[in-house]
Ligand binder design. Sequence first.
Ligand code: AMP
Length: 490
Amino acid sequence: MHDACGVVGISLKENCNNVAKSVYYALYALQHRGQEAAGIAVHDGKAIRIHRGMGLVAEVFNDAQIGLLRGSVGIGHARYPTTGRSCIENTQPVMVRYKDGAIAVAHNGNLVNSALLRGQLEQSGDIFNSSSDTEVIAHLLVRELLRHDLPEAMRAVMRKIVGSYTLVFLFGDTILAVRDPLGIKPLCLGEMDTGMIVASESAAIDTLNGKLIRDVKPGEMLVLRNGEVKSYRLARTQNPAHCIFEYIYFARPDSIMDGRLIYDARINIGQKLAEEHPTDADTVSPIPDSGITLAVGYHKHSGISYKECLMKNRYIGRTFIMPDQGMRETAVRLKMNVIKPNVQGHKLVLVDDSIVRGTTSRRIVDMVRKAGAEKVNVRIGSPPIMAPCYLGIDMASREELIAAYKTVAGVEAVINADSLGYVSHKGLVEAIGIPKEHLCMGCLTGMYPLEIPGEKCVAAQTKLTEYLALEGEDDSLLLKKGQRLGTVLK
Ligand code: AMP
């Protein structure tokens, strides 16, 4: 089960040459979005310099490496693989060279037609270094740049690629930031004393003591150069499709995403959960860490006292040596431990964000029962996850999703809870405060906002129609070559 990725792009004023430090700190703030690999690319005035590696941001970089990455413009990536194997070749930023120079790119999202595009490119002689869809995007851009100016080239690429993408390119002394036409994955723009930043989440902007200006609009391209920014709208969609899972689980609670503070959304979801699924429990506890804010919301609405019953070890990294079979229990307890006195003889309501395969919930219910809980009620801040995600969250295959083939009562039995309640679709949408027509709820409904082979599209076909328009059927929705929608900052 994999997280989405984190991307960042920073353009400092010309006289600053320590952009790598800022990118590093921003990546640190986005670490929750991907712990498998990290990378930074900077332009030093003459060429792109890049350093990438497997592991956490702090494991990949040290002072010396950061010191070598001199320049005023840079991009970064924290990776969890959604496409491509887990290996050094698939770490990002990806760099490609072409006749006019080099381009580095960092990508959050997943293309659904990447294999097709790669096949076409390979047919015409392109050679790839990795199995990631990001390299496909870079190749496509290079080809279009041979024929078009930048906005037109990017628009041509966007017509070809289908899926979710926020892309941050390093292109000479310039950063290009693009959000897909449906705005599936997040991207926001911020301002610092020393320059401009785009990042997956506003928490990264806060970390650099910057100010969030706004979200990048679906279908928009920003060009950051010398600490200034220009905006181009390359595609327009009536209904965006923001990933609902960002609000439920992925994003940091302190991030503001598409106008919503994630913390507020989660408090609201917890309150809805209490309203829809009350209990006679005496203690409400989160399943850490993702259940914390939801549990606070549940507590606020129900009045049931809030007490943490489980503690998570936050320091289990990639290098954690899994104990052998005989020590399975040790492994579980290493990751999560019960606070026994808070559990013993209590009627609990445990709040978590989601049940994917059901293994985590089952394990935790067993742990608290063993510690003496009298009753274990489970409440979940999302409706049942019954369909896979093709758009950037590598959750599980349909066969692995417990709710794909079991009723709520069936899941309740598997996880061994006294009661189980999921927040409703309606409750969730109200709690987030974004109309359901503007959300991607594919994993919760099995209906996707764009065409995915073998799957259903959202019934109100607007999203599909708009997307087909982007594919070139209705050019009136697209800007003419080179047309500029105005600059954000003067
Ligand atoms: P499972 O044991 O498969 O039911 O996993 C459910 C747990 O995984 C919940 O506690 C979630 O917080 C967490 N979770 C949900 N989605 C993801 C994801 N895409 N990546 C990592 N963890 C997740």
